[in-house]
Design a protein. Structure first.
Length: 591
C-alpha cells in the first residue's frame, strides 16, 4: 500500500495526505519511529489519525503507512494474569525490552510467542464443525480452562488435529470448507475491537451477580449479563467499590480496565490480587483476572482503545461459556479523550464540549453486555456484565457523561459525598439508587435463598424511606414530638444503616457476606423491630427497648464468620426471650 506524508501534527492527532487507498479505522504506522495509530476521519486523500503513543518529535514530511487492517486484539492462551496497556501491549514484556517507561515505536507481540501450552483435543478428524465449536482446550491457569474454538466465519470438516505442546501461533488443526479451501487453526485468533463478537441468541438475565456487598446484593442487585454504573464525586469510594466487586463478585473471569485513572490505583490492584484468595477456588484472584492499564499519565488517545480492548477480551471468554465481569474505571476519562480528539478534529461540539456522538458511543459499549447463548453445537450460556465508574466533575450527575450512561444502564449505584464524609462505606445512597433487575432478582432470591428475603428487603427499604421523612420532622420540631412507634422506626432504620448496610472493605470477615448470611442478618434486625413493636403494644417503654444488651449483639453480627452462622440464630432466639421478659415484668409499670 502506498505511504502518505504527514502535513499536520496536533498533539495525538496527525493528518496525512496521499492516503486515498486507506480505509476508516485502519491501523497505521506513523513517522520514522513507526508509532501505532488509527484512522478516525477521511477527507479526499487526507487521513486524520489518532496516535496511541507520544507524538513529540515527529513533524511534517514523515511517512504514514497503512497496515490495511482494523485495530485488533490477539485472543488466545496467555491473557489471564497478564497486564496490558490500552492497545494490548503486555507491560511486563514491554518493561523487559524497553525499561520502566513506555518507549516510542517499540513493538511487542501481545501474546508470548515463546511460551508453550499443552493442547488437549476434544474434537476428532472427520468431525463437522462451525464457528464457536470447541476443538480442544488449554489449562491456562488452575482456575481457567481456555477453550480453543473454531474462528468466526469458518465451517467445514476437520482434516487434521493434533495434541501436545504448542506455541500460540503454531498450527493445531486444519479445517476444510465445502469449497475445498483449507484453514489452518492455531491456539490464537485476532478480532477487531470495534466489532462485537457474534452470538447465537441473547436471553433475559435473571440470575444475580453475587458481590458479597450487602447494599448491592440486597437492595440494588445487578444480574449476570447486566449493566451498572457507579457515579460519584472525588473521595466517595468509586475505586474501592470497583475493587471490591472485582475481588468478590462470583464472575469466573474479571477484566479490570483502568482507563485514565491514577497509576497508584492500578498498583493497588497489582499488589492485592496475587495475595487475595478467590472465595470459590481458594487460588489467588489474579488467576482469573486480566488487567488493562491506561492510566492518566499514558497517551490520551489510547484511553478509547483500552475500553474496546477490554470488552473484546471479555466477549472472547464469554463465548467459552464463562460469566465475565468488566470493571471500567472510569468511563468519564474515556469520554474526555473523545472530547479532546473531537476538538482537534474541529467537529461541532455538543453539551459541555463533548462530541454529539457521545451517547451513541456509550450505548455501543454497554450494549455489548448481556446473557447469551453462544455459537457452537453445545449451545453453552455465557454472560458479560459491565460495571462502569463515572467521575462527574464536582459530583454533578446532570453532566453529559452521567446522563448518557444513565439512559443505557439498568442499575444506578449513586455514591453520596455526605455518606462518605460520615465514614459510611460503601457510600451508596439508598434513596437515590435503583435497580431495574429487582423483580427478577427477588423471584430468584425467594426460590434460591429464602422465601422471606424479598419481603424483608421491601420492609427494610420502606423503613429507610420513612426515616428520611421522619428526619424532616425531627429537624423542625425535635424527636420527642414523634410517637414511640415512629421513634422506634428511626432506631431500626439506624440499625439497618449501621449494622447492615455499612461494611468494612478492610475487615477480614466483613469484607464479604454470603447471601445466606445477608438473609439471616436482615431477618435479625427486622425481628428485633417486630418484637419491639410487640413490646410497645404490651406497654414496654421505648427507653427500655433501646438499652437492651441484645442490641449490641445485633450490631456485632456482621463480624460473625460464615462458619458460625448459628451464633446469629442464637441472638435471634434471645431477642424473643428478652422482650417476653420485659412484658412479663409488667412493661412500663411502676412495680
Amino acid at each position: 500500500m502506498r505511504e502518505g506524508r504527514i502535513i499536520k501534527v496536533s498533539g495525538p492527532l496527525v493528518v496525512a495526505e496521499g492516503m486515498e487507498d486507506a480505509n476508516l479505522y485502519d491501523v497505521v504506522k506513523v513517522g520514522k519511529d513507526r508509532l501505532i495509530g488509527e484512522i478516525i476521519e477521511m477527507r479526499d486523500d487526507k487521513a486524520s489519525v489518532q496516535v496511541y503513543e507520544e507524538t513529540a518529535g515527529i513533524g511534517p514530511g514523515e511517512p504514514v503507512v497503512s497496515t490495511g487492517e482494523p485495530l485488533s486484539v490477539e485472543l488466545g492462551p496467555g491473557l489471564i494474569e497478564n497486564m496490558f496497556d490500552g492497545i494490548q501491549r503486555p507491560l511486563e514484556k514491554f518493561r523487559e525490552v524497553a525499561g520502566d517507561f513506555l518507549t516510542k515505536g517499540v513493538e511487542v507481540p501481545p501474546l508470548d510467542r515463546d511460551k508453550s501450552w499443552v493442547f488437549v483435543k476434544t474434537a476428532n478428524v472427520g468431525d463437522k464443525v462451525s464457528q464457536g465449536d470447541e476443538l480442544g482446550y488449554v489449562d491456562e491457569t488452575t482456575i481457567v480452562k481456555h477453550k480453543i474454538m473454531v474462528p468466526v466465519g469458518i465451517e467445514g470438516e476437520i482434516k487434521e488435529i493434533r495434541e501436545g505442546q504448542f506455541k500460540v501461533d503454531e498450527e493445531v488443526a486444519v479445517i476444510v470448507t465445502e469449497d475445498g479451501k483449507e484453514h489452518s487453526i492455531s491456539l490464537m485468533q485476532k478480532w477487531p475491537v470495534r466489532r462485537p463478537r457474534p452470538i447465537h441468541e441473547k436471553v433475559d438475565p435473571r440470575v444475580p451477580l453475587v458481590t458479597g456487598q450487602r447494599v448491592v446484593d440486597t437492595f440494588f442487585p445487578v444480574t449476570k449479563g447486566g449493566t451498572a454504573c457507579v457515579p460519584g464525586p472525588f473521595g466517595s469510594g468509586k475505586t474501592v467499590v470497583q475493587h471490591q466487586l472485582a475481588k468478590w463478585a462470583d464472575a469466573q473471569i474479571v477484566i479490570y480496565v483502568g482507563c485514565g485513572e491514577r497509576g497508584n490505583e492500578m498498583t493497588d490492584v497489582l499488589n492485592e490480587f496475587p495475595e487475595l484468595e478467590d472465595p470459590i477456588s481458594g487460588e489467588p484472584l489474579m488467576k482469573r483476572t486480566v488487567l488493562i492499564a491506561n492510566t492518566s499519565n499514558m497517551p490520551v488517545a489510547a484511553r478509547e482503545a483500552s475500553i474496546y480492548t477490554g470488552i473484546t477480551i471479555a466477549e472472547y471468554f464469554r463465548d467459552m461459556g464463562y460469566s465475565v465481569a468488566v470493571m471500567a474505571d472510569s468511563t468519564s476519562r474515556w469520554a474526555e479523550a473523545l472530547r479532546e480528539m473531537s476538538g482537534r478534529l474541529e467537529e461541532m461540539p455538543g453539551d459541555e464540549g463533548y462530541p454529539a456522538y457521545l451517547a451513541s458511543r456509550a450505548a455501543e459499549f454497554y450494549e455489548r453486555a448481556g446473557k447469551v447463548i453462544c455459537n457452537g453445537k453445545d449451545k453453552r450460556e455465557g454472560a458479560l456484565t459491565i460495571i462502569g465508574a463515572v467521575s462527574p466533575p464536582g459530583g454533578d450527575i446532570s453532566e453529559p457523561v452521567s446522563q448518557a450512561t444513565l439512559r443505557i444502564v439498568k442499575v444506578f449505584w449513586s455514591l453520596n459525598a455526605n455518606l462518605a464524609y460520615r465514614r459510611h462505606f460503601p457510600a451508596i445512597s439508598w434513596l437515590d439508587s435503583y435497580s431495574l433487575y429487582q423483580p427478577a432478582v427477588d423471584e430468584w432470591m425467594g426460590a434460591n435463598v429464602s422465601g422471606r428475603f424479598p419481603k424483608n428487603r421491601a420492609e427494610a427499604m420502606e423503613l429507610l424511606q420513612e426515616e428520611s421523612s421522619l428526619q424532616e420532622i425531627v429537624r423542625l420540631v425535635g424527636k420527642d414530638t414523634l410517637s414511640e412507634k415512629d421513634q422506634l422506626k428511626l432506631e431500626i432504620a439506624k440499625s439497618i444503616r449501621e449494622d447492615y448496610l455499612q461494611q468494612n472493605a478492610f475487615q477480614e470477615v466483613d469484607t464479604y457476606t454470603s447471601l445466606k448470611k445477608q438473609d439471616i442478618m436482615l431477618e435479625l434486625v427486622l425481628k428485633f423491630y417486630r418484637e419491639a413493636q410487640r413490646g410497645l403494644n404490651e406497654g414496654v417503654y421505648l427507653s427500655e427497648l433501646e438499652n437492651l444488651d441484645v442490641r449490641e449483639k445485633i450490631a456485632r453480627a456482621k463480624y460473625v464468620s460464615e462458619e458460625e452462622l448459628d451464633k446469629i440464630e442464637e441472638i435471634s432466639d434471645e431477642i424473643s426471650s428478652v422482650i417476653d421478659e420485659l412484658i412479663n415484668r409488667g412493661g412500663g409499670s411502676d412495680d
